[in-house]
Design a protein around this ligand. Structure first.
Ligand code: BGC
Length: 721
């Protein structure tokens, strides 16, 4: 099928049909949907008529092969030119087999598994009739008050970029037309949605263009370079202009400078929200601004379908603006093979065979095992099977462990921590009590838990936030565990028994009141369908923790935003423990987070040899080779994430104290030693200068290698171009 075919199709379309082609609605608006109703309520409110629906271009949120086929069939019956619908949905960390939340996947530093999990999500979605996923979400996140940090792989531009590429590859594969097990990816939320002021959802984002380019854009760019077919606009403003109506951002930068020729879709109702932001008086002006910015598809508002035609007929916009958007949507349909096969991968039989298969669950378990981060360990972990264990806390048997954005994930499929521990233990050695619910509890529950704890040799506390305490609309000013759980920790700690806390949550928390009271802390995030099995593997030492935080855990909420690649300031602290007054610090808390980026413990120990640089001057044609030997000096096999950072000592623009430039995850048996080497090139030393050029500065640099962003060794070098 050629571009001529698409051009011909475009030429046959009326303006009305074109505007509808650019409109995306939910499945319940469609004929053939099991939830479809009369054209009342929401449709009427949006001013959407039956004729518009017959010409609509895409549908979001509907899943299931049978249902999608039926909607498509009825649509093609009515649609004058036989243009198939596109079906899209949020498949973010799994479809029905749910993987750990993306922030946990970030903590795995395992790009291969990230790609595999995306490929599994894709096949489950594709056999269920979906053709596009609204993922990956690659917003850089530095403020754990914001509930959507759970949906990103973390705070670092480089790491997010690497995960972005892996996920796009996993979702899309190499050939969307012929590989029916894949779906098109949508990188989101363009741009910089992850830094709303005060961590308050949908709030203003304010930064210079230089900062935007430096830190926030590279991860989107990485996804686009990896071939992401779609980009979703963000809800926020950038320098006072909402992204969805931001011509400089979308048409000039994304399309002009980056040459992105795929589909740009607005976020939910974001075109209409231009009115609430205060940059459009009404739907008509909102439509004008969005199409002018080159937003192709309007999701769940109706400014395009109601106003684009008039805007053209009255000469306010050139019809070419609409034509190019429609053509991009048609091209995506063509790329997915929908003109030949409008039902694409939808297959009821395959749904039964593939979804939640054993092998998918196995990968979910593996990824969950690799995503948990051991934050503290005295000697309580690993647990011994002969011990009498009391499992206490609101997450002991809680199935709410899938996390927000878990598509068709069902809590019923989830393996809880108590299920997982029972799989490893004979029943007599495991005593279970909740102690309290997530946010409240009774004396009786507490009393029962203490009774059980008293009988045990070791206590496992299963604590956390419910999944709706993070995710979209889940901003919080208090990032501690609910008081009732802190009280429970206090009472249990008073028993003076070895105690391990396992924490389920969607954001970095202020863990004071936990870390200081227990022997060991395992950050489990929302670990997904196989969560309990994976955590039990780690608790009993069947698997060795290897996760490393991809987002700093603040010392307290007052420190937020806290991230590893901060600037030095003109008055840095001399050292963390030297308290002088007129330096950049807090009087009451340290500057350092409680747990830094890149941090995570293991049941084994690793020793690093002295790092070596191939030479001490880097030139344009002579990159540096930086190497180090890492040895497993403990008794069990383990994985270590070896991290490479740099610092540019003096630039035109102040440079961060550290910038991640590479990492390698290495598996080592006890006593085994491996040499890890990185190549560092001049290109990796470039940054955006005042005039926005992307170049490097001659002069002094430091290379660091370490086990996390703060525990590093360093060697200076110079760049001479
Ligand atoms: C979210 C997007 C999501 C969309 C569709 C919006 O509220 O911000 O991330 O893709 O809904 O569900």
């Amino acid at each position: 099928m050629t571009d001529n075919f698409l051009e011909d199709l475009l030429n046959q379309m009326t303006l009305e049909e074109k505007a509808a082609q650019l409109t995306q609605v939910v499945g319940s608006f469609m004929k053939g949907s099991s939830t479809s109703g009369e054209i009342t309520g929401p449709m009427e409110e949006m001013g959407i008529t039956e004729a518009m629906i017959e010409n609509a271009g895409s549908v979001l949120g509907t899943t299931g092969a049978a249902e999608i086929k039926e909607i498509q069939r009825q649509h093609l019956d009515k649609n004058r030119l036989g243009i198939p619908l596109l079906f899209m949905a949020d498949v973010i960390h799994g479809y029905r087999t749910i993987f750990p939340i993306p922030l946990a996947i970030g903590s795995s530093w395992d790009l291969k598994l990230a790609e595999e999990s995306a490929a599994i999500a894709a096949i489950e979605a594709a056999v269920s009739g979906l053709q596009v996923t609204f993922a990956p979400m690659v917003d850089i996140v530095r403020d754990p008050r914001w509930g959507r940090v759970m949906e990103s792989t973390g705070e670092d531009a480089y790491l997010n970029g690497e995960f972005a590429k892996a996920q796009v590859k996993g979702y899309q594969g190499k050939d969307l037309k012929n590989d029916l097990t894949r779906v098109a990816a949508t990188v989101k939320h363009f741009a910089a949605y992850g830094v709303p002021e005060g961590g308050r959802e949908y709030n203003t984002v304010n930064m210079s263009e230089r900062e935007l380019r430096e830190t926030y854009l590279p991860a989107y760019k990485a996804a686009i370079d990896a071939g992401s077919e779609l980009v979703m606009t963000s809800f926020n403003t950038i320098d006072g202009i909402p992204a969805t109506g931001n011509k400089e951002l979308m048409r000039d930068l994304l399309r002009g400078e980056w040459k992105f020729d795929g589909v740009v879709i607005s976020d939910w109702n974001a075109v209409r929200e231009l009115i609430f932001h205060g940059v459009a008086e009404d739907d008509r002006e909102a439509a004008f601004k969005a199409i002018n910015a080159s937003v192709d598809i309007e999701m769940m508002s109706s400014a395009y379908v109601n106003h684009l035609q008039a805007l053209v007929e009255e000469g306010v916009i050139d019809v070419e603006l609409i034509n190019e958007s429609v053509l991009r949507v048609l091209k995506l349909k063509e790329k997915l093979g929908l003109f030949e096969n409008p039902y694409r991968g939808a297959d009821e039989q395959l749904e039964k065979e593939v979804i939640l298969s054993d092998s998918h669950r196995q990968t979910a378990r593996e990824l969950a095992t690799k995503s948990c981060v051991l934050l503290k360990n005295g000697s309580a972990l690993p647990l011994k099977k002969e011990q009498k264990i009391a499992l206490i806390g609101p997450f002991a048997g809680n199935k709410d462990i899938l996390g927000s954005w878990s598509a068709l994930g069902s809590k019923e499929d989830a393996i809880t921590l108590s299920d997982g521990m029972r799989m490893q233990l004979d029943g007599e050695n495991l005593l279970i009590a909740e102690g309290c619910a997530i946010e409240n509890g009774t004396e009786l529950e507490l009393h029962h838990a203490l009774e059980i704890a008293n009988q045990a040799d070791v206590i496992v506390l299963a604590l956390g936030e419910s999944s709706d305490m993070s995710g979209e609309g889940g901003s919080r000013s208090n990032i501690k565990l609910p008081q009732i759980q802190l009280d429970l920790v206090e009472k249990i700690a008073a028993l003076n028994k070895p105690t391990v806390a396992v924490i389920f949550n969607g954001r970095p928390l202020d863990l004071h009141g936990v870390v200081d009271k227990v022997d060991a802390v395992l950050e489990a995030w929302f670990p997904g369908t196989e969560g309990g099995a994976a955590i039990a593997d780690l608790l009993f030492g069947v698997a060795n923790p290897s996760g490393k935080l991809s987002m700093s855990f603040p010392y307290s909420v007052g420190q937020v935003p806290v991230y590893y690649n901060q600037f030095n300031t003109g008055r840095p602290q001399v050292a963390p423990d030297v308290r002088e007054r007129y330096v950049s610090q807090y009087l009451d808390i340290p500057n350092e987070p409680l747990f830094p980026f890149g941090f995570g413990l293991s049941y084994t120990t690793f020793s690093y040899s002295e790092m070596k640089l191939s030479h001490d001057v880097m030139t344009l044609d002579e990159p540096l080779k930086i190497s180090v030997s890492v040895k497993n000096t403990g008794d069990v096999a383990g994985d270590e994430v070896v991290q490479l950072y740099i610092r540019d000592i003096s630039g035109e623009i102040v440079r961060p104290l550290k910038e991640l430039k590479g990492f390698e995850k290495v598996s080592l048996k006890p006593g085994e030693e491996k040499e890890i080497s990185f190549t560092l090139t001049e290109e990796q030393l470039r940054y955006h200068h005042k005039d926005l050029t992307f170049t490097s500065d001659n002069g002094e640099f430091i290379a660091f290698i370490g086990t996390n962003s703060s525990d590093v060794q360093s060697v200076p070098f110079r760049l001479e171009k």
